[in-house]
Design a protein around this ligand. Structure first.
Ligand code: UD1
Length: 384
């Protein structure tokens, strides 16, 4: 059985084989087979006719006095300790080619982690309960992330208010469905996308920890938006005012921009990911996901137990070929997307904002959404 999944097995010595036997036993091969069939052999595509633009509220349409009221109610709730911040930082960041966790990438000596930590410092005053920060890492960057926070003295935040937890992992496979061996002769497992975040929050006890502290709402963001407004009080105010389960922030995408679209697919709330957008949809659906959302803890409770589907990603990874030489080839990686849980929310609003001062993603080394564009935006916002 194991030889079918690991064709190099017979070429390995007894101790390596024994080690692989142990790891292989922990895998659910029926599940791997099912995911391979569903995402690669018989993939479902999104039919353009079934996508509808989701309604959104434009920040420009909210009167100033109303904005002020929303911000004040958010502040009052934050000061009472009812909000926590959740950061997704488990990704591999392959496009950026930065050696280390993406959050450690620095502009003039200021890292992405620091840019976000600074925004939590203002809640360390006498007027406010401290905001707790929950950070999701993965096996590939957990240790380095922790050391970085330690070296940087937790950016002057109390160490006990920062909580790290690891996400789920899943094996990538070759196109012929065999498992990959790492150069260290281990079965390769990689972070399985950010959609495992709800199960990981639930299973790690972090959700329980939030609730014990009286947290009722959780602001979540991507690690790589250089100008993200962590715990934006306008979005938080809207979330409270509408008594929402989910409140999302969006932008109008530029042509060809790599952002998912907040939509209704067949009447169901969803994000159609940019990698899965049908041809011609780019300019038709203009409510772009920027990875900023607020969830109620009750919603997190529900989706912590929900099954999330896998999506296919083609990635070039290093692994051992049949002759045990290291090669780098395109393989199948399976990822869950957190927004597949949006269908469980009955109360969900989107606030569309102007991208300036809200969204500058660091995705690539050069070109669009790159080190240079993020640097310019940070400078023009006076953040560095
Ligand atoms: C993501 C969104 C996309 C959105 C864009 C905005 C997803 C699936 N897609 O795309 O709709 O328009 O951001 O910038 O979220 N992460 C993990 N674990 C993983 C993979 C990713 O924690 O296994 C984290 C990353 O560290 C990052 C965030 O999730 O903070 C987004 O992941 P990334 O791979 O950068 O997604 P994009 O393809 O840019």
């Amino acid at each position: 059985m194991i030889e079918k999944w690991i064709p190099q097995y017979d070429k390995l010595d007894a101790s390596d084989q024994q080690h692989l036997d142990e790891s292989f036993k922990t895998l659910d091969v029926d599940h791997i087979e099912k995911v391979y069939e569903e995402t690669y052999v018989n993939p479902t595509t999104v039919d353009m006719g079934k996508i509808e633009e989701i309604q959104y509220i434009s920040a420009d349409d909210i009167e100033d006095f109303q904005k002020e009221k929303l911000r004040e109610s958010a502040k009052a709730s934050i000061f009472k300790g009812e909000f926590a911040v959740l950061l997704m930082a488990g990704g591999q960041g392959t496009r950026l080619q930065h050696p280390g966790p993406k959050g450690t990438f620095s502009f003039d000596g200021v890292s992405l982690f620091e840019l976000q930590a600074r925004q939590l410092q203002k809640y360390m005053s006498e007027d406010s309960a401290p905001v707790h920060w929950y950070i999701m890492t993965s096996d590939i960057n957990h240790v380095e992330t922790l050391s970085f926070f330690e070296e940087n003295k937790y950016f002057d935040l109390p160490k006990d208010n920062i909580h790290f937890f690891k996400q789920e992992h899943f094996p990538p496979v070759k196109k012929d469905k065999t498992l990959l061996l790492t150069p260290e002769k281990e079965i390769m497992l990689t972070p399985n996308g950010n959609g495992g975040i709800f199960a990981s929050l639930y299973n790690s006890g972090m959700l329980e920890d939030m609730k014990r502290r009286g947290v009722k709402h959780v602001f979540m963001n991507n690690v790589d938006n250089a100008v993200v407004k962590v715990l934006d009080t306008l979005l938080a105010g809207l979330h409270l005012d509408n008594d929402n389960e989910v409140t999302s922030k969006s932008i109008a995408p530029k042509p060809g921009e790599s952002v998912g679209r907040l939509s209704l697919v067949d009447g169901v709330k969803a994000v159609v990911e940019y990698t899965e957008l049908p041809e011609g949809a780019d300019r038709r659906f203009l409510n772009g996901n920027i990875g900023i959302h607020i969830f109620s803890t009750d919603f997190l409770d529900t989706v912590g137990k929900a099954e999330m589907p896998y999506h296919l990603a083609l990635k070039k990874l290093d692994f051992l070929d049949i002759d045990l030489n290291v090669v780098k080839e395109e393989v199948l990686k399976f990822e869950k997307f957190y927004f597949d849980a949006f269908k469980y929310a009955e109360k969900h609003n989107t606030l569309q904002v102007d991208r300036k001062s809200e969204f500058s993603p660091l995705k690539n080394k050069e070109g669009k959404d790159s080190v240079e564009t993020a640097y310019q935006d940070l400078k023009s916002e006076g953040l560095i």
